[in-house]
Design a protein around this ligand. Sequence first.
Ligand SMILES: [Fe+2]
Length: 430
Amino acid sequence: MQVDELLKPFPIKEFHPFPRAMLGPGAHEMIGPEALKMGFKKTLVMTSGLRGTDIVHKIVESMKYHGLEVVVYDKVESNPKDYNVMDAVALYQQNNCDSFVSIGGGSSHDACKGARVSVAHDGRNVNEFEGFNKSENPQNPPHIAVSTTAGTGSETSWAYVITDTTTDPDNPHKYVAFDDASVTSLAVDDPVLYYDCPVDYTAQCGFDVLAHASEPYVSRLNFPPSLGNALYAIKLTNENLRPAVWNGQDLPGREGMMYAQYIAAQAFNSGGLGIIHSISHAVSAFYDTHHGLNNAIALPRVWAFNMPVVYERFADIAQVMGIDTHGMTTVQAAEAALAAAIRLLRDVGIPERFVDVTQDSYSKNRLGQGPTKYYEQHKRIVGDAADVDRITNHVLGDACTPGNPKECTFETVRPVVEHCMNGDLDDLLG
Ligand SMILES: [Fe+2]
């Protein structure tokens, strides 16, 4: 049977916009001049603080040198919470700011995108904009997004992800908002800023890239403009993630991952995601674990789950992962891609099951300062039947799930979640 016959059709596709971008070593030096050109006068900088680095200090001082007034909100948490967004909105309004700069990974960019949307609606709560294109006023403040990780792609995508803490703490809700009005005004990707990214985050963010690239390549949206970018981003990740992790100051590795993350985000921006991301969102909703880590653990299981409906696509992935597929059947080539992903995961030292995740991988309110206030009572991942059930239910409600190539029901997805929790990756290998 043909792949297309098995996929639920999405007959009308939509191509979502990208912002301008400046990419390459030294690009962060352009933030001040570019902000001036865009008319910034008083800017709210949103960041997690990036403590242990001097990145925020240097960028803020550079902006001041160029004559800009700067206010800093440096309390964005990993898996940004609605209160982070609304605290930043209040600071923006109190100081009569006119523009935003976000510095960090996806958390800082996403919180900033949410804040811009809120500001454009007189400070209405960000949670009111969950869903697709919920902005009623697209005229929100300009935003320069400066990435310090190679993973998120948020600096160039139309998505932002927020944890809604107003819901029942026993049934937390993390959502994706897709909004063309949230697209930034300028993306800045400078691989030199990645030098300070810790080894574990570098690896985990790299698997966010592999998820961003592989999900649109097999998505039921099957959007041709995304397919080339998706494959090339997988190729770049396979070639560059190991060197970037093994030597944080390997410029070719860091620059390769910079392009991989940028290109992968542009692939999923219109090409869709799938249940790697849905599982990732669900686990961080309940446990506040790192998005890239969650993706890395989910990715091999979801590839194995989806493979029977898209063997040809996974055979393509094998080729760009450097496997000589001559003489292999399509199924053998697809399975070789899965084996290559598992090798990559092990080579960069990522935990293989959610129950193996150590306390260090749970998000902190500040680097090294304990759990966020919303998660103080939450325990480590247990992976028991109740845990698997509630995470499966969250997966089924996620905005990324409809793009998954294989039909998702509670009965089909639950074993995938169960395997993420407790299963042995070697079981997936033929
Ligand atoms: Fe992601």
